[in-house]
Ligand binder design. Structure first.
Ligand SMILES: *Cc1c(COP(=O)(O)O)cnc(C)c1O
Length: 233
């Protein structure tokens, strides 16, 4: 058994157990394997184990890997997206998790219209209020969602957050609860062209708590592929 195969089996078991504790079905939760900084060989190993959803945080890395793998995969852009990079990824992602302004969404609209394709997105929310974090402030969320909803090629499918890095994942439970509340609140407004089916939250250190609080997508890197070595690049 390879490391990745073993790690995936552990993560899978924990996802299933967390879902069960919350009275939820395993099928409600999508595991996105975060392959950033990892080689294509690691992605292929995860594919061999049945994984098809992969997350990258940089446009260039996503497009490079996209070109190198012939099999159709479901690519998720999870990192901050600059407007001048939008043109490179339109049509290549199943979901862009990190839209945090109308200006960015309008750029996505322009490029998607040019390519005559649709683009599913999540709105990134800065639920913890940390200054270093990207994301829409909760108090501005309804306004931003309502504006973006008017774009015809862009479709909001839900919300995403990056919770603080904490030792004890319980410290993030209140943020995950708040995200779920925001999701329900926006859903109840029944805004045209907006569906609130996806809640992307939970990483290696806190995904079980996130699932207990309603995550439908967890983004897991280290627990699958091991520690990242940024100095090798
Ligand atoms: C890197 C990254 C992850 C995965 O983090 P791990 O702690 O390695 O699981 C998840 N989400 C985002 C936005 C990331 O940049």
């Amino acid at each position: 058994m390879t490391d990745i195969e073993y790690n995936l089996s552990v993560v899978e078991e924990r996802i299933a157990a967390a879902a069960k504790r919350a009275g939820r079905l395993r099928e409600e939760i999508t595991l996105v394997a975060v392959s950033k900084t990892k080689p294509v060989s690691a992605i292929r190993e995860a594919m061999r184990c049945g994984i098809r959803d992969f997350g990258e945080n940089k446009v260039q890395e996503l497009t490079e890997k996209y070109e190198q793998i012939a099999e159709p995969l479901r690519w998720h852009l999870i990192g901050h997206l600059q407007r001048n990079k939008v043109k490179y990824i339109i049509g290549r992602t199943v979901l862009i998790h990190s839209v945090d302004s109308f200006r960015l969404a309008a750029q996505i609209e322009e490029e998607a219209a040019k390519k005559d394709c649709d683009c599913d997105i999540l709105i990134e929310v800065n639920v913890s209020g940390e200054e270093s974090k990207f994301g829409v402030a909760p108090e501005n969320l309804t306004a931003v969602v309502s504006d973006i909803a008017k774009l015809s090629h862009v479709h909001i499918r839900g919300l995403m957050t990056v919770a603080p890095f904490v030792e004890d994942p319980e410290e993030n439970r209140s943020y995950f609860k708040k995200m779920h509340d925001l999701l329900i609140d926006i859903k109840s407004k029944n805004i045209d062209n907006v569906t609130m089916e996806a809640l992307s939250m939970g990483m290696s250190n806190d995904y079980e708590v996130a699932i207990e609080e309603g995550a439908t997508i967890v983004r897991i890197g280290t627990s699958i592929f091991g520690e990242r070595n940024y100095f090798k690049e």
